[in-house]
Each structure stands twice: as structure tokens, then as C-alpha cells.
Design a protein around this ligand. Structure first.
Ligand code: CP
Length: 321
């Protein structure tokens, strides 16, 4: 439960999940605690439960994805929702159909919920205003990627026992990173000390207004770190002049076991994937037990099951095992 405009709001009464900026700590806690019984379902031989039978969801990705699209799809299927993916590149979008007409067409088929990824910031919000379907933002431009941050928070809490007052360092291309923004919004609700570090050209000038401390020196930023979230270098979003060469970047910012000397001994390393091994993270670190990249993927299914359940189903007490 959270207070929105003086009114008590439960997540199942929230129509859309567009970002974590406006989601309360209580709502985040409810999603994370609902993800735990969902993760128990994932450990079973037979993972399908009837909870969302009769509900229908569609994934619409205007940008490439492996983890987010597939995990939403399998999360819906495990909960028995009818789950469809619109293959955007072979859809009538290629014939010039507008976004609004595409959404209205899908809505007319009776879907309850749409998961959408788009290269332009604000698109999920625009879609949400133009449809009765529930909308989940699966990443919009450099704005937000709320379900990535939720699975990151879940993974941190699972490893550390609590999200309270941790020192969390986010490394890389902060300028273009929707993962960084959603992590900052989420972690700051739990009193974490958040540091962002990367090249000055990839550091938004106003970033400290979000309550974080900005660094350009990786070794300084890592002092006493409990958690390090390593961002993917988004080569597809780079503008000439902003990005150093890959060699220069990896010399200054690539995380490796040797670069962790300033962090806490029990530091946890996250990466949202897909990884550029040898650029932002060394293979030795990616494949070590310090990094929890594959656990993040599993937790992504559990967290997305929790969200689908809370938005299309009911309260945690009503999960049908
Ligand atoms: N982390 C993430 O969003 O990965 P995908 O682009 O593969 O969905």
C-alpha cells in the first residue's frame, strides 16, 4: 500500500508500471515479497499454476531484447495467462501503421496487459494514456527500465539480506542508461548511498540532483562498496565524440577481480546483460561467484511473475499453488 495524492493505493489498483520514480517503497516491498513465492514455483518440476487463467497479455518490443521479452513471456505462461508476442519488425508497423493505431488494434483483441519497449523516452506513458490495457514499461529510451531495477533490488536483497543503507556503485554509461535511472529511483527509497562513475562525457550534468554522488575515478568510487552494478556499454546509442575508444574505456572502467581491491570483501557484482566481456566486465569476474548475472535472470522471471500477478490477479494471500 502507498499514499498517492493522499489516497491509499494498492498495486493492483495502479493501472500501469511506467517507472520507479513514482512507486513507493511500500509498493516495491510488496512486489519483492510477492516474488519470493513466485521463485518457489520456479524451483518445482511443474511450474505452471492456474492463477491468471483467462487473462491475456502481449509483449510489443520496438527494440531488441532477450531477457526482458522472454522472461515476461514465460512469466505469463507459468501463471497460465495467454501470452502473445507481436514481432514488431514483421508486423504492420513495417507498413507504416502508427503506434496509436497499433495499440488500438491490439486493445480491440481483448488483451488485459501490454509490455512495451521503445527507443523513445515517454512512449509507454503515451500508450498508457491512450488505452484501457494495463501497461508495463520494458525500457523506454534513456528514461526508465523499472522491471530491471526491481529484479536488481530483489537480487541485492537476496544476497545481502536487506536493502537498507548499502553503498551501491553504478559504473558506466550513465547518460544513456535507463537501468541506472530506475536503480537510482528504487535504491534511494531504501536509504542507500548511491555513487555513479563513468567518463565525464557519459555523465549527465544534473545527475547529482537525484541524490547520488558522481565520480570519474573508478577506484575512488569503489571504496567500501557493498554492491556494484556494471552497465552495458550501449554502442547503439553513442554519439560521436562522447565515447572514448573501447581500449581506453576498458583500461579506465572495466571491472575485474583486481579492480575490486577497494570494495568490501563480500561485494556483490550485478550486470543487467547483455555483457560486453572484456569491455565493461572481465570474463574472470563475470564467471566468478562475486557476480550474480544468471541469478538476476532467474529473479527477473520471479519478479515479473509477481508484477503480472499483482496487476492482473490479486493480493499475495491469494496466490494459487
Ligand atoms: N537487461 C535487459 O533489458 O536485457 P534485454 O535487452 O536482453 O532484455
Amino acid at each position: 500500500m502507498s499514499k498517492e495524492g493522499g489516497k491509499t493505493v494498492k498495486l493492483e489498483q495502479r493501472k500501469d508500471l511506467l517507472g520507479l520514480r513514482d512507486v513507493s517503497r511500500e509498493e516495491i516491498e510488496m512486489i519483492l515479497s510477492t516474488a519470493t513465492p513466485m521463485k518457489d514455483i520456479l524451483k518445482r518440476d511443474i511450474k505452471k499454476v492456474p492463477t491468471l487463467r483467462g487473462k491475456a497479455m502481449v509483449t510489443v518490443f520496438y527494440e531488441n531484447s532477450t531477457r526482458t521479452r522472454t522472461s515476461f513471456e514465460i512469466a505469463g505462461k507459468y501463471l497460465s495467462a495467454d501470452t502473445v508476442n507481436l514481432a514488431v519488425s514483421t508486423s504492420s508497423v513495417a507498413k507504416g501503421e502508427s503506434l496509436r493505431d497499433t495499440v488500438k488494434t491490439i486493445e480491440a483483441m481483448g488483451f488485459d496487459l501490454m509490455v512495451i519497449r521503445h527507443g523513445m523516452s515517454g512512449t509507454p506513458s503515451y500508450v498508457a494514456r491512450n488505452t484501457n490495457m494495463r501497461i508495463i514499461n520494458a525500457g523506454d529510451g534513456a528514461n526508465e527500465h523499472p522491471t530491471q531495477a526491481l529484479l536488481d533490488l530483489y537480487s541485492i536483497k537476496e544476497a545481502k539480506g536487506s536493502l537498507e543503507d548499502l553503498k551501491v556503485v553504478i559504473v558506466g554509461d550513465i547518460l544513456h542508461s535507463r537501468v541506472a535511472r530506475s536503480n537510482i529511483y528504487g535504491l534511494s527509497k531504501f536509504g542507500c548511498e548511491i555513487r555513479v562513475v563513468g567518463p565525464a562525457t557519459l555523465m549527465p550534468p544534473e545527475i547529482e540532483k537525484l541524490g547520488v554522488k558522481a565520480y570519474n575515478n573508478l577506484d575512488q568510487a569503489l571504496r567500501g562498496a557493498d554492491v556494484i552494478n556494471v552497465l552495458r556499454i550501449q554502442r547503439e546509442r553513442q554519439v560521436a565524440g562522447l565515447f572514448p575508444s573501447l581500449d581506453e574505456y576498458s583500461n579506465l572502467y572495466m571491472l575485474s577481480p583486481e579492480r575490486l581491491k577497494n570494495a568490501r570483501e563480500d561485494v556483490l557484482v550485478l550486470h543487467p546483460g547483455p555483457m560486453n566481456r572484456g569491455v565493461e566486465i572481465s570474463s574472470a569476474l563475470a564467471d566468478s561467484t562475486t557476480a550474480v548475472v544468471n541469478e538476476q535472470v532467474t529473479n527477473g522471471v520471479a519478479v515479473r511473475m509477481a508484477l503480472l500477478f499483482l496487476m492482473m490477479g490479486g493480493s499475495k494471500d491469494e496466490i494459487t499453488y
